[in-house]
Design a protein around this ligand. Sequence first.
Ligand code: NI
Length: 255
Amino acid sequence: MIFETHCHLYDEKFNEDINSLIKRCLENNVGLIMLVGDNINHSKLCVEVSKNYQEVYASIGVHPQEVDSVDYDQLENQLKSLLTSKVKAIGEIGLDYYWKNDEITKNKQKKYFIKQIEIANKLELPLIIHARNSVEDCINILKKYPCNKKGVFHCFSGSVEQMKKILKMGFYIGLDGPITYKNSITSKQVAKEVDLEKLVIETDSPYLPPVPFRGKINYPYYLNYVIEEIATLRNVDSKLIENITMENGKKLFYI
Ligand code: NI
C-alpha cells in the first residue's frame, strides 16, 4: 500500500467532501495519508479530520506565503493548541521566492521558518519543508538551526548536488507528479540517484497531477503513476518503490 506523505485534501478545488475523498483514497491502495496544513485554519482542519481515521495523520504549520495570516507572537501558542497524538510534523514551512523575492518578504519568511523549527524541536516533531527557488537558503538555515527530528524537503525540485546536501543532513526527499513530465530532466535524475532509503512520495494534491492528468485535479491515488515513473527510471519493480516509500514515510514521521 501507498503512503501519501503530502496532500491538501481540504482545498476547495476538490469541490468535494473531504471524508468521501479520504474514503475513496483508502479504497484505492492508499494506506496512509498525511494531511498538510498551510495556515492555522487549515492545520486545525487537518487535525480534526485525522481524529476520525486511523490511517490519516496531520501536519501543522504556516506556509511561507501565509506568514501574513498569523501574528509572529501568536505562532507558538496557536500551533501548540492544535497538538494531538495524530500530529506528526510541523509543516509545511520554509521559503518561497517564486512569487516575491524582495528582502522584506524574504526576511519575514525566514523569521517564521526559524521560529517554526524551534517549535518543532520543543514538540519533538520533524519538518515538512517547502523550498521554492530557495533550496540553498533553506539548507543554510537548517545548518544554523538544526531540527532534532529532521524532516523532508517536500516536492523537491532542486539539483542532484542539492539533493546530496539534504541527504547528508539526514533529511528525506519527497517526489511528486512533476517527475512524470517530459521536461523535468533534473527531477528525473534526482529520482534515479536519490538514496532509496531516503525517498518518500507525495502528490501535493490538488496540485501537480502526474501525466496523463496534467491540467486536471490531482488525487492521492494517482501516486501509482509517480511510483511507476520512479521504478522505470531506476529499473526496479514498482512494488519495491511502493513498499520502501511506505516504510520510509513511517520512519520520517515516527509512526
Ligand atoms: Ni503542499
